[in-house]
Write a protein that binds this ligand. Structure first.
Ligand code: FES
Length: 121
């Protein structure tokens, strides 16, 4: 299998509520990325940069979920972003959006959605 396009290796049972961080080239630039599983176990990834102050979302805390578990929370000023689309629904950057990255877990790691080798699906 061609492994050049794998973003990071991570186990299939990576615990919900934790995050994995890595760098990747996406949308024309090298990005710091945070990925995690939502409550249904689906992988979600976003550029690890809050639209409020352009700081890493997890720079002050490793807690990524708001109490409702349907939003992730910036550790600095506690803006809350919907996991489904990255839109801020509460906090100082209301209506701003995280840069979501379409990923899928496959064969031991995370891949960009359109980079999974067809021969291995
Ligand atoms: S830096 Fe994220 S809410 Fe202010």
């Amino acid at each position: 299998m061609e492994m050049d396009n794998i973003l990071c290796t991570v186990s299939a049972d990576f615990p919900i509520g934790h995050r994995v961080a890595f760098e990747c080239f996406w949308n024309g630039a090298e990005r710091s990325v945070m990925a995690f599983r939502d409550q249904s176990g689906q992988w979600i990834a976003c550029v690890n940069r809050c639209p409020h102050w352009a700081e890493a979302l997890d720079s002050s805390s490793s807690v990524i979920y708001a109490s409702n578990r349907e939003h992730i929370v910036c550790s600095i000023h506690l803006a809350e972003f919907r996991t489904c689309d990255g839109v801020c629904t509460s906090g100082p950057c209301l209506g701003a959006r995280l840069q979501m990255i379409p990923v899928q877990w496959h064969d031991g790691g995370l891949w960009l959605m359109d980079h999974i080798p067809l021969t291995s699906i």
